[in-house]
Design a protein around this ligand. Structure first.
Ligand SMILES: [Zn+2]
Length: 186
């Protein structure tokens, strides 16, 4: 091995070592760039919009329920529609994530759309809600964090789970099986 080659090798190694020890302040930026182009926001919902955007895209009633955890009046227009709807999927009124299906819906006579189970459980999350002095379990869309309603257990309904997902109709959008308005035509 020649002297010149050894010097070259040392120079290269020094360069490699230098490259592996970036300035402390530069390290987090380098790491973020190499891992992902968008910073990961922990467990935050993925379909996040600004409050202003939600106000633009949702109806005032949807905004009040989905974004402000409001409750629609029972036995409203959406409940009447819900009872008439046939086979299909219920998606989030905010972001379109699949939440419930007509297979798990049942008539609880409570005035709000009711399901005994989410059809797509990964899009439905729950959390404790102590807002009315009692402890209830709030139901939310996992994708956009929108408030859907509450879930109650052990009420004695003759369903496979004995759970009642009591969901605001305005939080949901019904997508009939067959993909739309033409499905009923011969
Ligand atoms: Zn959603």
């Amino acid at each position: 091995m020649s002297h010149a080659f050894n010097r070259l090798l040392l120079a290269v190694l020094a360069g490699v070592v230098a490259a592996c020890r970036p300035e402390p302040t530069a390290a987090p930026i380098t790491a973020m760039k190499s891992n992902s182009s968008t910073p990961i926001t922990n467990s935050a919902p993925s379909a996040v919009k600004s409050d202003e955007d939600w106000r633009k895209t949702l109806t005032p009633q949807q905004y009040r329920v989905l974004r402000q955890a409001g409750t629609e009046a029972p036995f409203g227009a959406t409940y009447e529609e819900f009872k008439k709807q046939g086979a299909g999927t219920y998606v989030c009124g905010g972001c379109g994530a699949e939440l419930f299906s007509s297979k798990e819906k049942f008539d609880s006579h409570c005035g709000w759309p009711s399901f005994y189970d989410p059809a797509n459980a990964k899009n439905v999350i729950t959390r404790e809600d102590k807002s009315l002095g009692s402890v209830r379990t709030e139901v939310l869309c996992a994708q956009c964090g929108g408030h859907l309603g509450h879930v109650f257990k052990g009420e004695g309904f003759p369903t496979p789970t004995d759970k009642r997902y009591c969901i605001n109709g305005v939080s949901l959008k019904f997508v009939p099986t067959g993909g739309g308005t033409n499905s009923g035509k011969p």
